[in-house]
Ligand binder design. Structure first.
Ligand SMILES: [Zn+2]
Length: 183
């Protein structure tokens, strides 16, 4: 794990215009910089970098973040990899330390929760789009409220079936079949 003092040094050194400028041709516009977005296809620039805030934001696709998260997304790196990349760029020595057993356990728990919540989000979405009950009750409701399918998918809206145990049963069945496949 990269130690906290190193992380702070990296953030303090990272100039977002320089970091993003290594990947994207930025043009100065007023106090900000802009370009066509590297994350979606476009002909007119809606990707804006603010040096004073240290943030980027695309007004086309909604992607935004800081210098480190830009490198993560653009180069498909993990958070520690992106931190190390920026550290290298600015000649910062990266100090790492072993996780304590408590920290390792906490990371494991957090990862498990992420897996569960992604699974849940996918499941509730498919309940809405792929079942008759979901289509008539939830999808009909959202469409009636004027939500397009793109909006519904973007915000990960879903449907929880009237049968309250359905999610738990599906999750347990998936867990069982994936551990069987592994074993
Ligand atoms: Zn974009």
């Amino acid at each position: 794990m990269i130690d906290q003092a190193t992380v702070e040094k990296i953030y303090a050194a990272a100039n977002i215009v320089e970091v993003i400028g290594d990947f994207v041709q930025l043009r100065k516009k007023g106090v900000n910089y802009q370009s066509c977005c590297p994350f979606h296809n476009e002909k007119t620039p809606s990707f804006v970098v603010s040096p004073s805030k240290g943030l980027f934001k695309c007004f086309g696709c909604g992607k935004g973040g800081n210098a480190v998260t830009f490198v993560m997304e653009h180069e498909n790196m993990t958070y520690p990899e992106a931190l190390k990349y920026v550290a290298r760029k600015y000649g910062i020595e990266v100090r790492e330390r072993e996780l304590t057993p408590e920290e390792a356990q906490r990371n494991d728990d957090r990862e498990s929760m992420m897996v569960v919540s992604h699974y849940a989000a996918d499941w509730f979405t498919s309940q809405m789009f792929d079942t008759d009950e979901g289509k008539s009750v939830a999808l009909g409701y959202f469409r009636g409220r004027g939500f397009t399918e793109a909006t519904i998918r973007k915000f990960g809206l879903g449907y929880c079936p009237a049968q309250g145990e359905a999610f738990t049963q599906a999750a347990l069945a998936t867990k069982k079949s994936s551990s069987q496949a592994r074993g």
